[in-house]
Design a protein around this ligand. Sequence first.
Ligand SMILES: *Cc1c(COP(=O)(O)O)cnc(C)c1O
Length: 238
Amino acid sequence: MIWPAAASDASMAAVKDLSDIGQRARDLLRQLPAGVTLVAAAKSRTPQQVRAALDAGIADIGHNYVQEAQAGIAALGREAARWHLIGHLQRNKVKRAVQLFDIIESVDSARLADALESACAAAGRVMPVLVEVNSAAEQQKTGVWPGRVEALVCHLAGCEHLRVEGLMTLGRFAPDPEACRPSFRLMRQLFEDISRAAIPGVRMRWLSMGMSDSWLVAVEEGANMVRIGTALFGPRQG
Ligand SMILES: *Cc1c(COP(=O)(O)O)cnc(C)c1O
């Protein structure tokens, strides 16, 4: 059995957790310059925690995993937010992803693009996509290499059911956010080069970069979409 005192401690902790999320969300929204969209990075968070962020005024939720997104969207409703896929997409999950997300930020190969194109054609919809760039040029990470971004954008521009809307990157994982600045600056350069190339069907709107520790530097370097998890929801459990 659950002792009444223990139960009420647990539920008070849960209430405090949700009100802390609301407070942090309002603080972040206040700090972000106008025109910068805050995407709440919701991996491993509960629908209640995501709901608290939405209630505080966040409108965009990012998921890394198709299955987790499916559960979250089922709990909160398709209309509750704009749903972003920010994690690596496996080709066997493409069909489900096309049903769930409003934008896919992690397109990093022509093969994935082709799989998405046929799933979107079958579903009769056009999907906004961002090209994920391995801007720190680190071998282990996802994302297309900087030198291959424009070729992938051109490939995507030929996909009738995909619409390129910008670029996304993780940047470097480093304790010092300044270490991310060179890769963010490179992203801005790529973004501007591709905008200037004026590729038909491509509308460069979003430069998605910056996380809890690095969003300030990212915004300084031109990000207009930041993806924040820990600084919003608190440290992840487990
Ligand atoms: C987890 C995650 C984030 C947010 O990271 P935090 O450091 O927790 O803010 C942003 N983007 C992606 C792709 C992520 O997986």
